[in-house]
Design a binder for this molecule. Structure first.
Ligand SMILES: Nc1nc2c(c(=O)[nH]1)N[C@H]1C(S)=C(S)[C@@H](COP(=O)(O)OP(=O)(O)OC[C@H]3O[C@@H](n4cnc5c(=O)[nH]c(N)nc54)[C@H](O)[C@@H]3O)O[C@H]1N2
Ligand SMILES: Nc1nc2c(c(=O)[nH]1)N[C@H]1C(S)=C(S)[C@@H](COP(=O)(O)OP(=O)(O)OC[C@H]3O[C@@H](n4cnc5c(=O)[nH]c(N)nc54)[C@H](O)[C@@H]3O)O[C@H]1N2
Ligand code: SF4
Ligand SMILES: [Mo]
Length: 676
């Protein structure tokens, strides 16, 4: 028997579409979908191999219960009974607030809705969060304050027609390749590109202007651009007057940030900043594309609001062919946020503290709901260490490898009385669990993912779940055992979510089916929204936020003289639980490495590429190969974090942004030693 099942890529937030080629209940390949509105027949190298991890022999198929420190396979009945018993014991002993749920940006919207509902309605805990915390929580908090909505303002299809794209702290060629291809098309069409990145990434090679600032100096850079734009009268006075508020307060701060004044902070020549500012301001169709180089800082929220300031000063937002593109990371991190898998909101960003909103959900779900915002993932780890959080149910996230400061995270998870991890592979986090529940991959379930342009798209089941159950079904079976039955059917879950959420009223499987659907979709017949803030910001007037530059929590000193930054490369995906199980991807990059400038390598006395070096920070140390490259500035180091056995996050700093609690993965102090 042969079939082709149309579905959505399980890796990055671009949201490409492909068919899974299924023969006799085995998935044998991937065929790009020409009609997909996002990918139009193209895929990146990860997408082409997206079927391989699904039926890898390492897949978890049976629940595991730890006894005397060793995992033993158990039946579903036994494992789910045990989980339900422990959850109710802990809740009875310490109260619902001793429990927390981490949902998964790798899972569907419907599953995130069910997990969020399970946490709040069944367990009665306000503590629900997921990996957006480490990723674009700064976008959600920052753009929300500036514009009134924390998602991308425009669509991918506008990119090829831009005059000017400012790419800052985003590496689309490697992290969002099919959007990177749209950027390439824009260049071919004559667009001017400005790249601001501490590393000379591929888009910089084709850029009109390349700015190599120090990691963590972006506010100074952007304020200086705004300063120059206003001083030279390149700002959009009409837009500022009609559509925004707070310009005078902004100017009060920004007037001191002349391009000359930020030279020491940014390491940049003033002329370069002026050129970039002029190019961005004077082109008609200008947009900003940013990602984690801006968000993963102790000033993440401030960084995001600075970019919103820049866009509003020039009037490059709230219209077609302009705007701000936060490049959301995971396949469904946009969706997990949208579904209310955040500690402070229900689906559609309805505040948990709003009486009327809470009453609506209480009426629909027939239970009293927590009346305050819960802990963020960042807080949860602290609460576990302090001892007030006793039990954590983690679904599809590997905090031990992906949260900053691994040793601290291990301490937190080991302090718990009960840790449940629901996974498709035995991740490092799963190894610490008391019970491991085997979830189902994207290829084994029906539902939707929402990509970085706010587009719901269908995910379709190609084969039966290898473990017998989908992630949504597992959660609902636990809920039923705890006396709160929830319907696991994904279609019904989406309908229920839509009925409770103003901005998703018109979303349903049928509507999403052919071409997807971009939210807001406020009513049944609504066509979806490719561009938001047209004519009016969601918050009314756009708000300028006066923001001062602040250095990273850790800056270089005599003992730790380098700035270490971290990030991604094309061939691997986050922890690599999936991509490191694809031989073609593993062959390209089998091991971890550190990038450093030739001058620093020479000073260290490194003789050859690939020499072993020890990278040390105040939190840990790691021996890796040195990749000597002039793509990186002197005094800066860069490492990927995809390699579980050489884990970069033993080095990173868990200092976080006070507003959104994102960790500072993109800048900490480090030193480097030669290994004999
Ligand atoms: N191949 C691949 N694709 C992925 C992923 C993956 O693991 N692999 N992960 C997905 C996920 S979860 C996410 S969130 C996205 C992330 O996508 P991106 O944010 O684009 O990826 P990163 O490599 O983390 O960081 C982007 C750039 O920020 C730069 N940078 C570092 N420090 C600074 C700084 O202080 N200021 C500025 N301006 N730039 C800085 C880095 O040099 C890097 O080029 O990618 C998604 N796509
Ligand atoms: N140093 C450094 N660290 C970083 C970052 C950085 O830039 N630098 N970036 C951060 C960012 S942006 C992010 S988003 C995080 C990502 O951190 P994680 O979310 O922890 O990383 P993933 O590899 O995406 O892992 C998710 C887990 O889900 C499992 N999984 C996949 N699909 C499914 C499914 O359908 N069901 C279930 N139950 N499980 C599934 C995978 O096996 C994997 O173990 O990493 C963060 N860590
Ligand atoms: S660009 Fe992203 S969504 Fe598209 S195929 Fe590659 S990993 Fe998948
Ligand atoms: Mo991410």
């Amino acid at each position: 028997m042969m079939k082709h099942v149309l579905t959505t890529c399980p890796y990055c937030g671009v949201g490409c579409g492909f068919y899974l080629d299924v023969r006799d209940n085995r998935i044998v390949g991937v065929i790009p979908s020409k009609s997909n509105p996002v990918s139009k027949g193209y895929l990146c190298v990860k997408g082409w191999h997206a079927h391989e991890p699904v039926q890898h022999p390492d897949r978890l198929k049976k629940p595991l219960i730890k006894q005397n420190g060793k995992f033993k396979e158990a039946s579903w009945e036994a494992a789910l009974d045990y989980v339900a018993k422990r959850l109710s014991q802990i809740k009875a002993k310490y109260g619902p607030e001793a429990l927390a749920v981490c949902t998964s940006a790798r899972c569907t919207n419907e599953e995130n809705f069910l997990m969020m509902k399970f946490g709040r309605a069944c367990l009665g805990t306000p503590h629900v969060d997921h990996c957006a915390r480490t990723c674009h929580s700064a976008t959600v908090s920052g753009l929300n304050q500036s514009f009134g909505s924390g998602a991308s303002t425009n669509s991918y299809d506008e990119l090829p027609f831009m005059d000017c794209i400012l790419i800052i702290g985003s590496n689309p060629t490697e992290a969002h390749p099919i959007v990177g291809w749209r950027v390439r098309t824009a260049i071919d069409n004559g667009a001017k590109i400005i790249v601001c990145d501490p590393r000379r990434i591929l888009p910089a090679e084709n850029a009109s202007i390349y700015i190599q600032q120090y990691p963590g100096s972006d506010i100074a850079l952007i304020n200086a651009m705004i300063n120059y734009i206003v001083t030279e009268h390149l700002h959009d006075e009409k837009f500022i007057a009609e559509r925004t508020e707070g310009f005078d307060e902004l100017w009060e701060v920004v007037k001191d940030y002349t391009p000359e004044s930020v030279k020491d902070i940014t390491g940049l020549e003033p002329e370069l900043i002026k050129k970039a500012a002029r190019l961005y301001a004077t082109n008609k169709r200008s947009c900003i594309m940013y990602s984690l180089g801006m968000t993963e800082h102790t000033v993440g929220t401030d960084n995001v609001m600075s970019m919103a300031n820049l866009a509003m000063v020039t009037g490059h937002v709230g219209k077609e062919f302009s705007g701000v593109y936060p490049m959301r990371g995971q396949n469904n991190v946009q969706g997990a946020c949208d579904m209310g898998a955040l500690p402070n909101v229900y689906p559609g960003y309805q505040p948990v503290t709003d009486e009327a909103v809470r009453k609506k959900f209480e009426d629909a779900w027939g239970v009293k709901l927590p009346s305050k915002a819960g802990f963020t993932l960042t807080d949860m780890m602290q609460k576990a260490i302090e001892g007030s959080l006793k039990c954590f149910y983690i679904i599809g996230e590997d905090q031990v490898r992906t949260d900053p400061d691994t040793h601290m995270i291990e301490r937190a998870l080991k302090s718990l009385e009960f840790l449940i991890v629901q996974e498709i592979f035995l991740s490092e986090t799963a190894k610490l669990a008391h019970v491991v529940l085997p979830g189902a991959s994207y290829a084994e379930k029906d539902g939707t993912f929402t990509c970085a342009e706010r587009r719901f798209q269908r995910v379709r089941k190609a084969i039966e779940p290898l473990s017998g159950k989908t992630d949504g079904e597992i959660v609902c079976e636990i809920s039923r055992r705890l006396g709160y039955p929830i319907d696991p059917d994904p279609k019904n879950a989406l309908d229920e979510m839509a009925s409770l959420t103003p901005i998703f009223q018109g979303v349903s499987f049928e509507r999403v089916d052919t071409n997807g659907l971009q939210w807001p979709v406020p009513s049944k017949g609504h066509p979806g929204t490719p561009v938001v803030h047209l004519g009016k910001f969601r918050r009314g007037l756009g708000k300028f936020m006066p923001i001062k530059n602040k250095p990273p929590a850790e800056v270089p000193d005599e003992e730790y003289p380098f700035i270490l930054s971290t990030g991604r490369m094309l061939f691997h995906y986050n922890t690599g639980t999936m991509t490191r199980r694809v031989s073609n991807l593993l062959r390209e990059y089998p091991r971890n490495f550190v990038q450093m400038n030739p001058a620093d390598a020479e000073q260290l006395g490194l003789k050859a590429q690939g020499s072993r070096v020890k990278v040390k920070t105040r939190r840990g140390e790691l021996v890796v190969a040195a990749e000597v490259t002039d793509k990186i500035k002197k005094g800066v180091l860069w490492m990927p974090f995809h390699f579980s056995d050489e884990p970069t996050n033993v080095l990173t700093n868990s200092a976080f942004d006070p507003v959104c609690k994102i960790g500072e993965y993109k800048a900490c102090a480090a030193k480097i030693e030669k290994v004999k």
